[in-house]
Design a protein around this ligand. Structure first.
Ligand code: PRX
Length: 651
């Protein structure tokens, strides 16, 4: 595994531009330097104190941490209910009229949901789930657009102690079916569809197709967002507005163990089979809510907007669980940033006086491309903190974000974490940390990270290597669903005793972490994590394809773009039309975000003598740069043939 630095970050690494905290901001900041010292003195004691202070327990825990590497249990013996902590306790404390979500539909319709509304809706939805036979320990699949019923459905599961598995609405029927099967979900909650770029995006047909292959699902609950014709299967499908609306508003939350599974979230790894990442209750809620309050400096009257989709971990942790546990007022927007025009987000910020924005560098770069005239049309003076997540942010985007969205005043927090980590692990603390554009700065208090070489030895400051974590943290994944061996193998075997994140990183002389991207066969396209092998198997699944190799090519907007090299079966000729057909096939098998942007037909692929495809050389070809070491190639002429090939079609 070679660490290939991102050229832009590499360049900025030595430039040393710094942004010390503004003293006025620091004076009111939630985070204080002392947190680091307290956590270092006794990290278990640190988390235990926070767990007692921040969460409402039905039964207090006896043991803070049981660590049998690599299996962690946090707050053992304790019992609580996550939905109660996110909703009911706030209503009890007199915050029933506080807005939980300002929801904005793409066509311009809006809904305001207070904490009291949320309590009623979650209780009713939970009662509906009960009527459909859902019990503690069951798995419920959720496949929905960004409508308020999505967090309500998640919280309804949590209220009953059932685990949800949310599948992003952009995934295909086939991908949904695979996840339902792995989770053995008994209920699917979906919607007729949602709005995207001014058009109706129908979800129910894909759900129906998936259900044909999902015998475990007994019932389907369907939210009506669009109206119009939606085929419903009698006995299986139930409308949300019929079943949920007639339920009682009384549904006592079920206390569950700290380690009860809260949810499963599937993510791409280095094989074609997605992994069901298991998150549990107490530690996860503590980790997400505490990081949320410290890193975004959230105050009771802030209006906070995380612009991710709830279908990804960012939405789980920082639209639903972390912010709700903190009784935050959030914005939830259904649609695309360019609909009806490229100032939609800035209009929302102005309308709702949003003070904290959290989004991906891909979005920032897309806005940059459209120019600053769009944000300039709007009053963005409410902004206080800006966050970035999902991929390395290049310094140019960081600076543009701060200047044009943050008015040159706001702190920018570049937050590094993963589906597996559950919570942010590397990030500045606004008001405390001096930031450097392009660096995620330092591990959060209580987190022990390191950069190691191929043998697992710590690399001195100034050097680069592999990012690892050396001690458990409360929101960490508890495993891969149903596959403890794969969990050990994937995360804990590369460097014994350490969690290997799959990312390369460098630390400068000041100890700042600079993330360098994935070092394995995982791409990051628009902040979406996509396995090269998953796309390859989708291509090979097509009748004309003999073999395929997929690499990520650097892209100025999406971070990486998918570049597919395809070898066709004997007698089949490559053509633009076949290229389109293959792209469509990938969309059908996995989803539109996995559609290759570049596709090259190639008579052969470069391989080692043992037959392994040399993706490193393909990356060189895709980037149009000089080839690295070719000595292990079985047949050196292959590369020349591919390079001579002019047929790389860009979409
Ligand atoms: O490569 C890192 C990148 O996103 C990966 C995790 O993807 P996912 O599980 O989908 O979660 C994304 C949202 C938390 C990481 O292995 N990544 C995430 N945040 C950053 C990042 N790379 C650089 N800088 C970040 N701030």
């Amino acid at each position: 595994m070679a660490v290939e630095p991102l050229p832009e970050i590499e360049a900025r690494f030595s430039e040393g531009q710094v942004f010390p905290p503004d003293p006025a901001f620091a004076a009111q900041a939630n985070a204080k330097q002392e947190l680091y010292e307290e956590a270092e003195r006794d990290f278990e004691g640190f988390w235990a104190r926070l767990a007692r202070e921040r969460l409402d327990w039905s039964k207090p825990f006896d043991t803070t941490l049981e660590w049998e590497l690599p299996f962690a249990k946090w707050f053992v013996g304790g019992e609580l209910n996550v939905a109660y902590n996110c909703v009911d306790r706030h209503v009890k404390a007199g915050l029933g009229d506080k807005v939980a979500y300002h929801w904005i539909g793409e066509p311009g319709d809006t809904r305001t949901i207070t904490y009291a509304d949320l309590q009623r809706e979650v209780a009713k939805a939970a009662n509906a789930l009960k009527e459909l036979g859902v019990q503690r320990g069951d798995r419920v699949a959720i496949y929905m657009p960004m409508v308020p019923e999505l967090p309500i459905a998640m919280l309804a599961c949590a209220r009953l102690g059932a685990a949800h598995t949310v599948v992003f609405g952009g995934f295909s029927a086939e991908a949904l079916a695979g996840r339902i099967e792995d989770a053995q979900a008994t209920l699917l909650i979906t919607a007729d569809g949602g709005w995207r770029r001014g058009a109706e995006l129908r979800l129910k047909p894909a759900a129906d197709e998936a259900l044909d292959r999902s015998p475990s699902v007994e019932n389907v609950l369907v939210v009506r967002r669009l109206g119009g014709d939606t085929p419903m299967r009698a006995g299986r499908d139930h409308w949300w507005h019929e079943l949920v609306d007639r339920q009682s508003e009384d549904c006592p939350p079920v206390p569950v163990d700290s380690e009860e599974m809260l949810y499963l979230l599937y993510t791409s790894g280095t094989t074609a089979r997605p992994k069901g990442i298991v998150h549990t209750s107490a530690g996860y809620l503590l980790g997400t809510s505490f990081t949320h309050e410290m890193i975004f400096d959230v105050k009771p009257d802030d209006v906070y907007w995380c612009a991710a989709d709830i279908g990804w971990v960012t939405g789980h942790s920082y639209i639903v669980y972390g912010p709700l546990a903190n009784a935050t007022t959030g914005v939830m927007y259904e649609g695309a940033p360019d609909t009806p025009a490229w100032d939609r987000w800035w209009q929302i910020i102005e309308d709702y006086k949003v003070s904290i924005l959290y989004c991906a560098p891909t979005a920032i770069r897309a806005f940059m491309k459209q120019g600053e005239s769009w944000p300039q049309k709007h009053d963005l003076s409410s902004m206080r903190v800006l966050g970035s997540v999902g991929e390395p942010i290049n310094p140019e985007a960081w600076l543009w974000y701060q200047e044009h969205i943050g008015g040159g005043r706001t702190p920018v927090v570049d937050t590094w974490w993963q589906t597996e980590t559950g919570m942010i692990l590397i990030s500045p603390l606004p008001g405390v940390t001096t930031t450097k554009p392009g660096s995620a700065t330092f591990p959060f208090p209580g987190i022990e990270a390191d950069v190691v070489d191929g043998e697992g030895h710590s690399v001195p400051l100034g050097g680069g290597g592999y990012l690892v974590l050396k001690r458990p943290w409360p929101a960490m994944l508890r495993g891969i669903y149903g596959d403890p061996e794969r969990y050990k193998e994937t995360y804990w075997s590369r460097f014994p005793g350490m969690y290997f994140a799959g990312d390369g990183a460098k630390r400068d002389e000041g100890g700042y972490y600079w993330l360098l991207g994935r070092v394995d066969d995982v791409m990051n396209v628009s902040g979406h994590r996509i396995s090269t092998i998953e796309v390859e198997s989708a291509l090979v699944d097509h009748k004309s394809v003999a073999e395929a190799a997929v690499v990520g090519k650097n892209d100025p907007v999406t971070g990486q773009a998918i570049f597919a090299f395809v070898t066709l079966k004997a007698g089949i000729e490559g053509s633009d039309e076949l290229g389109r057909e293959l792209r469509q096939h990938v969309t059908t098998v996995i989803g539109p975000m996995c559609r290759p942007k570049f596709l090259m037909f190639s008579p052969d692929l470069p391989k080692t003598r043992s037959g392994k495809i040399m993706r490193r050389l393909l990356r060189d070809i895709a980037e149009g740069r000089a080839l690295g070491d070719t000595t292990t190639l079985a047949d050196e002429t292959v590369v020349d043939t591919i390079r001579a090939n002019t047929g790389s079609a860009e979409e």
